[in-house]
Each structure stands twice: as structure tokens, then as C-alpha cells.
Design a binder for this molecule. Structure first.
Ligand SMILES: *[C@@H]1O[C@H](CO)[C@@H](O)[C@H](O)[C@H]1NC(C)=O
Ligand SMILES: *[C@@H]1O[C@H](CO)[C@@H](O)[C@H](O)[C@H]1NC(C)=O
Ligand SMILES: *[C@@H]1O[C@H](CO)[C@@H](O)[C@H](O)[C@H]1NC(C)=O
Ligand SMILES: *[C@@H]1O[C@H](CO)[C@@H](O)[C@H](O)[C@H]1NC(C)=O
Ligand SMILES: *[C@@H]1O[C@H](CO)[C@@H](O)[C@H](O)[C@H]1NC(C)=O
Ligand SMILES: *[C@@H]1O[C@H](CO)[C@@H](O)[C@H](O)[C@H]1NC(C)=O
Ligand SMILES: *[C@@H]1O[C@H](CO)[C@@H](O)[C@H](O)[C@H]1NC(C)=O
Ligand SMILES: *[C@@H]1O[C@H](CO)[C@@H](O)[C@H](O)[C@H]1NC(C)=O
Ligand SMILES: *[C@@H]1O[C@H](CO)[C@@H](O)[C@H](O)[C@H]1NC(C)=O
Ligand SMILES: *[C@@H]1O[C@H](CO)[C@@H](O)[C@H](O)[C@H]1NC(C)=O
Ligand SMILES: *[C@@H]1O[C@H](CO)[C@@H](O)[C@H](O)[C@H]1NC(C)=O
Ligand SMILES: *[C@@H]1O[C@H](CO)[C@@H](O)[C@H](O)[C@H]1NC(C)=O
Length: 766
């Protein structure tokens, strides 16, 4: 049944969501097309390096009873602190599986670390650091008996500037997000823990993410992200492709609908793009409670539901008996699940699922220590490298053993315990009335301690003989005129579940302005869970330095003090664009709201295509306050010797019939061009620079990020940054050919230190 009819038929379609309906469309397709049906669901075939895992999984599945098969598909809330649990089958020595939040550290338990969040890793632009962080996340989840870490996040990926979960993901650019997701997946899985990359797909806003009742008692469905084929491939599927290429053994389908069909029952997304085009071999699991279709979802490619489904269970058996579902689909669902277990050798890595995940970590329970001091170096480095210095007049920073420092602002101190401290300032935006180290919701993690800015400043003051003055509660503090500098700490909060009301708040802006109006040497530090505007005070002459400190995790103060005092050199770059004014983001500022006659079927039309963040600003010639990729250092860098070499590939089609492996057609990842550049440290201190490559691909945006490399350079020394350009990097998605195609014509090549500081240019062509 292909439901495209009238509204009443549509409502009926919803009511029988466990019927054999294919994609259960939940509104008229009045704007975009429907989601095309793609059936049957392709069985995992052991492609790539999955063949031995599939052999073992198939052997295991062949020994199961029907009831055991069904139980594997349908996760439960078990008597442990896991977000969801797959039940054991002890007769076959299968101990079950624990799935737990989230991508920034283990949540809701003890003896774990709070790691730098996604946006912080994005701001580091450091592939190797992302890999190491992933590895240690893996060791902690593994020690706690977690089979699948519910992360990393590559959607949302910054389409909506105020979106509540942008901080969980890495950046507003698909290339940067994909590159860091690739490393994260490889790091986590190197420790034998499944990386469940989420949220698939188009999950770009929190507003209307789930169905809810309206005033008239009608159900308002989840927002539908209406995305055309080209935009989906080039912007939103891109980082998922990198995750699948990296071996991500699980993908979480999202709450929202895509083209009006729920993500977890959309056959084009699951059977088509993910399992056919990208050759995904792992299992698709729902976001918690994101199942809306029963057998329809199974046929559309959903493999595992979480938690406590009322639609599957024994209904799967009935459906096979009455012919609405193939027995082979059920076998494929659990073969995929078990293949992930064998792929990562979880019989040995996770022998006791959930062992370190107590239901209530305050009640008596077994001690399971996941922390290990061998992690500390990377924990700290990850916290350091996500700080972005955006203003530093006359080398105000680093501080040099000041005699008297004044510290202001609610964010300078706190105990990390007070969610009741969340303040909405006249609905302009939310801030947390204490040090912000992670955003809110299921992506939050559990700190082993909280090193606040104030604590770390006191340690430094002890060493330097500095006198400190402080006032964290006043908005208009009294300022000692002898202060060598005044530090003002504010934050910008964001959480799962709601989108931010704006990108700056009046309370914090007034506090900053009050300090700067009196203190001639004001330094602003912002812990920001997403974009934070500075236009209300950035031109104040007394504001000499500004740091976007993002979300460092439990080590907030130490890394910050290292930067403030020049013990380390800041090297972060913005993973998003900071505008001068909210209105500069245009329709990409705020989430789509239900409106008009289809209010019960909220629509979000991604009509801007790939023109998101800096591509939108470039396209509309809007000058940002701070461009994507921007960040200062205590040294200076010079770029020279751009060289471009191209393989003699023609722009015509590539072997489209190649055997698909996880990630898709392997020829997409052939290197077709190499670009290199010399970077010199022309200042007086050691520093790290992120060399960035942007390409102007014919028939595409004027510039798109297609390479970055972080190089570490001593004063007056040089390093070569090399960028490999793959076929996918150099192609556009051709909707007619249904392939990535190189373009005939001239490509512009730009290299430099941000998306708007690109001193070296060249061209290439095919
Ligand atoms: C959504 O609809 C657009 C426009 O018809 C189409 O290009 C695209 O392939 C569809 N995508 C999905 C996942 O249904
Ligand atoms: C089967 O589906 C019906 C609704 O169609 C539901 O009430 C029932 O709980 C389901 N059974 C199981 C075992 O999940
Ligand atoms: C087959 O069984 C499924 C699951 O119980 C049920 O939802 C569906 O309505 C049944 N279809 C037919 C044609 O009996
Ligand atoms: C800590 O990590 C090191 C290096 O990986 C390892 O050798 C050591 O056994 C670990 N210690 C504990 C207590 O797990
Ligand atoms: C920076 O220093 C120069 C030279 O001392 C001075 O003219 C200028 O006003 C200073 N700028 C700021 C913002 O303090
Ligand atoms: C923030 O916390 C401080 C105490 O640390 C308190 O004095 C102040 O009233 C709080 N501000 C708000 C707006 O609740
Ligand atoms: C931002 O834009 C709005 C509307 O365009 C305007 O009213 C406001 O003054 C601008 N704010 C700043 C700080 O420029
Ligand atoms: C701007 O974007 C539109 C699509 O939204 C595109 O047609 C146009 O070519 C773009 N212009 C530039 C200068 O990139
Ligand atoms: C920077 O490199 C350029 C070549 O791209 C060279 O002309 C210039 O002299 C260099 N500047 C410094 C300060 O080294
Ligand atoms: C492509 O270049 C290689 C050397 O880089 C050369 O051996 C080969 O003949 C070239 N092929 C074509 C078709 O020009
Ligand atoms: C792909 O097609 C080419 C020519 O059409 C053929 O030579 C080649 O064997 C095919 N490869 C595969 C993997 O089917
Ligand atoms: C680029 O490709 C070459 C050859 O495949 C490889 O050795 C090098 O590590 C790659 N560089 C980067 C930055 O990926």
C-alpha cells in the first residue's frame, strides 16, 4: 500500500502503522515528493572486512528458536543503567548487549571522565586527537560493559544556527564533520566497542522532533525534513558515509521524518541509501522511542528497536506466518546485530554487558573503574585544542605574572551539580548560572571532578604571587582600578529537547559591557554550546581579548589557564560561522515551526540546498564577524609554495559497477589529486596551525572545505601540509546518473588559514 491520498487516508495510514504498508507517509506530499519505495531490504553480505563476522553470525542465527530471534530485535529496559539492553541467550553463551549514552563520555555513572564535547573536537580540527579521544572513549565504555556507544553525532550538523544539539556534533561542515567522525569511529571500535553513529538523517532541529498532541487533541507529527537528492548526498549523507567507511557497526535512525516518512521506517533512507548505496553491514537501531511503524519499519530496513517496543515482539512471528514479512528479513535483522558483535570480538571485549552501569549510582553497587591515568594527556589535549582565540589586541594575551587580576561572571565557578541554575534571560537565550562544561540532555556526560576556571586561576595565582579579586554574582561589579586585567566569564547553554531562543543573551552582554566600561584591559571567556554572537560589545576598545572556550569537559580551568598564561599556544579554529547579527543567518537562524493548514504535519524544506553556514554567507556575500575556520595564535604563520598535481583521470563516469563495500563504491575514495603547501612559523613561539584547503568545484558553491591538516611548527621552521583529494571530494552528486561525477572545467583551489583568509590560489581540471 502506497499512501499518498487524502488527509483522512493519511491518518488511517498512521493508525495501522504495524500493517504491511511500505513507507508510511504521514501527510500529503504537497511540497516535495514522497520518499520513493525501495524494497526488498538488502541482506548484509559480509562485504569489505565483514565476511568472517557474517559467517559466525549466520552460524549463530541458525541455532536460534523463533522466540530467541524475535527477542534480539526488540531491546528492553533492563535492571541496569544502560540506555537499552538486548537480552542474553545463555543456552548459546550470548550474554546480551548494553547500549549506552553517549558520544562525549559515559553518562549517568561513576568512575568515568567527562570528555570534551563534539563541538570542542570540531574546533580542534585535529584528526589524530579525534582518533585518540575515540580510543579512550572506547576504553571507558568497554570497562563499563557497554557494547555500543550511542555516538558520535554527525546530525545535526549545523543547518539551524540555534539548534539545541549542534554542540554534540563536530561542525557545520560535512567534510570536517565526516573526517572527525571517521577517526572517532575507528578509535572507539579499536577498543571493541560499537560506534552507533547518529541521528540518521536530517535531524537538524529539536522543535517538533517528536509527535505531540495539540490544543485540539490532534497528533502533531514529527517535523519532516524535506531534502532533495543532491543536497542529501552532498551535505547530510556525506558524514554518515565517512562513518560507514570507517566501519561504524551501528547507525541510529532519527526522530524526524524525511520527505514525510518517519526516518526509522523510510525505505529509501534505510534500504536504499544506507544499505544499498553505502553498503552498510551493521544494524540500524531506533532513537529511543522513534519507532512509529511495526512490520512496515522492518520491511523498510529497521533492524533493532529501543526500548520496549509494543509493535514488534511476537508480532514479527505473526507477520511472517501471514506473509506480510519474509522470514529472511528477520534473519537479516539479527544477523546484522550479531555480526557487529563478532566484528568487534565482543565475546572477549564485553564479557559482562552492563557490569559498570548501575541503575542508581548512589545506591550500593559493584565498583567498576573505567578511568585510567594513561588517558590524562589526551583528555587535557582535547580540552586545550577546542579553545578558539578570536581577538587579542596588542598581545594582551598571554598574561605575564600580573600583580592584580579581577575575575567576574557566573561562569567562573560552580559545583557542576545545579541543573536548577539554568536561566532564561527574557527568552533571549539560556545560560547556566555556573561553569558550563557540557550541554544538556542525553549527550551530557559524567565528570569525575570539575576543575573550574576560578580553581585553576587560584593555583596560578599561588605560583605567580598574583592577588585575585572576584565577584561572580553581580551584573555590575565594583572594579579595582589597579587591576592589570579583568576576566569576564559567561556561557551559552543548549540542550537536547529544545532549540536555543537566540545566539546571545542580554544579561551576559550587559555584564560584559559593564566590566569593559570601567576596566581598560577586559578579557572575555565564553563557554558556548554552539554559536555565540559578540556584536553587542566586540568593538568596545577596552575588550582586548576574547576566547570561545566551548565545552571542554571536566578539565575546564587547567587548559584555559595554560592558554591564558601562554603555557600552551591556542590552535583552535571555529567549526561554524559567527555572524555580526542574528538576521545574517536568514532562514537558517531558527527551526521550522508548524504552520498553516498542515499544522499537524510540520514541514521543514531544505530549499537552501548545500548553502549552509559559510556557503550561505559566501553565496549571499554577507561579511561574518568571524568566518568559519578562523582562530588566532600567539605566533604567526606564512603560507607559500602551493603545488597541485592531478591524475590524468577523465571527468567521465567511473566504474559504477564496482563491488560495493562499507562506504559505497570504493572508487569514490581513489586519490585523484594532491595539493601541498609550505607553512612557516614566522613568530617567536612554537605553535600549531590548521592549513585549510577549499575547492571551487564547477557547478557548485564558490568554496567548499575539502582538506585540512594541523601542523606543529617551531619558530622560523617550516612544515609541508599535504591534502589528498578523492574522487568524492572532487565530484558533485549527479541526480540523473545517480553517481558522483567529476566536472568538466576549471576547479579553483584555495589554501590558507580560514574560509576567508586564503592567500594561495591555483586551479586544476580534469
Ligand atoms: C525526497 O524528495 C526529493 C524531491 O522529490 C527527492 O529528490 C529525494 O530523493 C527524496 N529523498 C528521500 C530520502 O525520500
Ligand atoms: C502487537 O501489535 C499490537 C498492535 O497491533 C500490540 O497491541 C501488541 O502489544 C503487539 N505485540 C507484541 C508482543 O509486541
Ligand atoms: C499480519 O500480522 C501482522 C502482525 O501481527 C499484522 O500487523 C497484520 O495486520 C497482519 N496482516 C494480515 C494480512 O493478516
Ligand atoms: C591503564 O592503561 C595502561 C595503558 O593502556 C594499562 O597498561 C594499564 O593496565 C591500565 N590500568 C588499569 C588499572 O586498567
Ligand atoms: C595597540 O597599541 C598601539 C601602539 O601602542 C596603540 O596605538 C593602539 O591604540 C593599541 N590598540 C588597542 C586596541 O589598545
Ligand atoms: C546565580 O547564582 C548566584 C550564586 O552563585 C546567585 O547569587 C544569583 O542570584 C544567581 N542568579 C540567578 C539569576 O539566579
Ligand atoms: C541586527 O539586525 C536587526 C534587524 O535587521 C537590527 O534591528 C539590529 O539593530 C541589528 N543589530 C546589530 C547589533 O547590528
Ligand atoms: C547561490 O545559491 C544558489 C542556490 O541557492 C545558486 O543557484 C547560485 O548559483 C549561488 N550563487 C553563487 C554565487 O554561488
Ligand atoms: C610569506 O610567503 C610569501 C610567499 O608566499 C613571501 O613572498 C613572503 O615574503 C613571506 N613573508 C614572510 C614574512 O616570510
Ligand atoms: C596517465 O599518467 C600516467 C603517468 O602518471 C601515464 O603512464 C599514463 O599513460 C597516463 N594515461 C593517460 C591515458 O594519459
Ligand atoms: C564492470 O564493467 C566492466 C565493463 O563494463 C567489466 O569489464 C567489469 O568486469 C565489471 N566489473 C564488475 C565488478 O562487475
Ligand atoms: C595522502 O596519500 C598518501 C598516499 O596514499 C598517504 O601516504 C598520505 O598519508 C596521505 N595524506 C593524508 C594527509 O591523508
Amino acid at each position: 500500500m502506497w499512501v499518498t491520498g487524502s488527509k483522512s487516508a493519511l491518518l488511517l495510514g498512521l493508525a495501522c502503522s504495524s500493517a504491511v504498508a511500505q513507507d508510511v507517509i504521514t501527510t500529503d506530499s504537497y511540497f516535495y515528493g514522497d520518499s520513493p519505495p525501495v524494497y526488498p531490504s538488502p541482506s548484509g553480505n559480509g562485504a569489505g572486512d565483514w565476511s568472517s563476522a557474517y559467517q559466525k553470525a549466520e552460524d549463530f542465527v541458525s541455532q536460534l528458536t523463533q522466540e530467541e530471534k524475535v527477542s534480539l530485535t526488540t531491546g528492553v529496559t533492563a535492571n541496569n543503567g544502560c540506555s537499552g539492553h538486548i537480552q542474553a541467550i545463555s543456552r548459546l553463551d550470548f550474554p546480551g548487549m548494553c547500549l549506552a549514552d553517549a558520544g562525549n563520555g559515559v553518562r549517568g555513572t561513576d568512575y568515568v571522565n567527562s570528555w570534551a564535547s563534539g563541538v570542542h573536537v570540531g574546533a580542534s580540527w585535529n584528526r589524530d586527537l579525534a582518533l585518540q579521544r575515540g580510543k579512550y572513549l572506547g576504553t571507558e565504555f568497554r570497562a563499563k560493559g557497554v557494547n555500543a556507544m550511542l555516538g558520535p553525532v554527525v546530525g545535526p550538523t549545523g543547518r539551524v544556527a540555534t539548534s539545541g544539539r549542534n554542540w554534540e556534533g563536530f561542525s557545520s561542515d560535512p567534510y570536517l564533520t565526516g573526517a572527525l567522525a571517521f577517526q572517532t569511529v575507528q578509535g572507539v571500535q579499536s577498543e571493541g566497542v560499537v560506534a552507533c553513529t547518529k541521528h540518521y538523517i536530517g535531524n537538524e532541529q529539536e522543535t517538533n522532533r517528536n509527535p505531540k498532541a495539540n490544543d485540539q487533541g490532534q497528533t502533531v507529527e514529527s517535523v519532516s525534513s524535506n531534502i532533495d537528492d543532491k543536497t542529501l548526498h552532498e551535505q547530510y549523507l556525506w558524514p554518515f558515509q565517512d562513518a560507514v567507511l570507517a566501519g561504524s557497526a551501528s547507525i541510529m535512525c532519527a526522530y524526524n521524518r524525511v520527505n514525510n516518512s518517519y526516518s526509522c521506517q523510510n525505505s529509501k533512507l534505510l534500504n536504499g541509501l544506507l544499505k544499498t548505496e553505502l553498503g552498510f553491514q551493521g544494524y540500524v537501531v531506533t532513537d529511543w522511542g522513534a519507532q512509529h511503524g511495526g512490520i512496515a519499519a522492518a520491511n523498510a530496513g529497521l533492524d533493532v528497536v529501543m526500548p520496549d517496543s509494543s509493535l514488534w515482539g511476537s508480532n514479527l512471528t505473526d507477520a511472517i506466518a501471514n506473509g506480510t514479512m519474509e522470514a529472511s528479513r528477520l534473519d537479516d535483522m539479527i544477523t546484522r546485530l550479531m555480526a557487529s558483535w563478532y566484528y568487534l570480538d565482543q565475546a572477549s571485549t564485553i564479557p559482562s554487558p552492563g557490569v559498570g552501569m548501575p541503575v542508581d549510582s548512589r545506591a550500593p553497587h559493584q565498583t567498576v573503574v573505567a578511568r585510567n591515568s594513561s588517558e590524562n594527556l589526551i583528555l587535557l589535549q582535547a580540552a586545550i585544542e577546542g579553545h578558539v582565540l578570536v581577538k587579542n589586541e596588542n598581545n594582551t594575551l598571554p598574561l605575564k605574572a600580573p600583580k592584580l587580576l579581577s575575575i567576574f561572571g557566573y561562569d567562573a565557578n560552580g559545583d557542576g551539580q545545579s541543573s536548577e541554575q539554568l536561566i532564561f534571560d527574557a527568552s533571549t537565550v539560556a545560560y547556566l548560572n555556573e561553569t558550563l562544561y557540557v550541554g544538556g540532555g542525553s549527550g551530557a556526560n559524567s565528570p569525575a571532578y570539575l576543575d573550574t576556571p576560578f580553581a585553576a586561576m587560584q593555583r596560578q595565582a599561588y605560583k605567580d604571587g598574583t592577588s585575585l579579586l572576584w565577584d561572580f554574582s553581580s551584573q555590575n561589579p565594583t572594579i579595582n582600578a589597579n587591576s592589570d586585567a579583568c576576566l569576564v566569564f559567561v556561557n551559552a547553554y543548549a540542550s537536547e529537547g529544545w532549540d536555543r531562543p537566540g545566539l546571545s543573551d542580554d544579561y551576559s552582554d550587559t555584564l560584559i559591557t559593564n566590566v569593559a566600561n570601567t576596566c581598560k584591559n577586559t578579557i572575555v571567556v565564553i563557554h558556548n554550546a554552539g554559536i555565540r554572537l559578540v556584536g553587542n560589545w566586540i568593538d568596545n576598545d577596552n575588550i582586548k581579548a576574547v576566547i570561545f572556550a566551548h565545552l571542554p569537559g571536566q578539565d575546564v580551568g587547567g587548559p584555559l589557564v595554560d592558554i591564558l598564561y601562554g603555557k600552551v599556544n591556542p590552535s583552535g579554529k571555529l567549526p561554524y560561522t559567527v555572524a555580526k547579527n542574528e538576521s545574517d543567518y536568514g532562514s537558517l537562524l531558527s527551526p521550522s515551526q508548524p504552520e498553516g493548514q498542515f499544522a499537524i504535519f510540520p514541514q521543514s524544506d531544505f530549499t537552501e540546498g548545500v548553502y549552509v553556514d559559510y556557503k550561505y554567507f559566501d553565496n549571499n556575500t554577507i561579511t561574518p564577524q568571524y568566518p568559519f575556520g578562523y582562530g588566532l595564535s600567539y605566533t604567526t604563520f606564512n603560507y607559500s609554495d602551493l603545488s597541485v598535481s592531478t591524475s590524468n583521470e577523465s571527468y567521465s563516469a567511473y566504474p559504477a559497477n564496482a563491488t560495493i563495500v562499507p562506504g559505497g563504491n570504493p572508487h569514490l575514495f581513489d586519490n585523484l589529486a594532491t595539493v601541498s603547501v609550505t607553512v612557516q612559523n614566522t613568530g617567536s613561539v612554537y605553535g600549531q596551525e590548521v592549513a585549510q584547503l577549499y575547492l571551487g568545484i564547477p557547478n557548485g558553491p564558490v568554496r567548499q572545505l575539502r582538506g585540512f591538516e594541523k601542523v606543529s611548527i617551531d619558530p622560523s621552521q617550516t612544515k609541508t601540509a599535504q591534502f589528498n583529494l578523492t574522487r568524492r571530494d572532487l565530484s558533485v552528486w549527479d541526480t540523473t546518473a545517480q553517481q558522483w561525477l567529476l566536472q568538466e572545467g576549471t576547479y579553483n583551489v584555495y589554501v590558507g588559514s580560514s574560509s576567508r583568509d586564503l592567500p594561495l590560489t591555483s586551479t586544476l581540471s580534469f
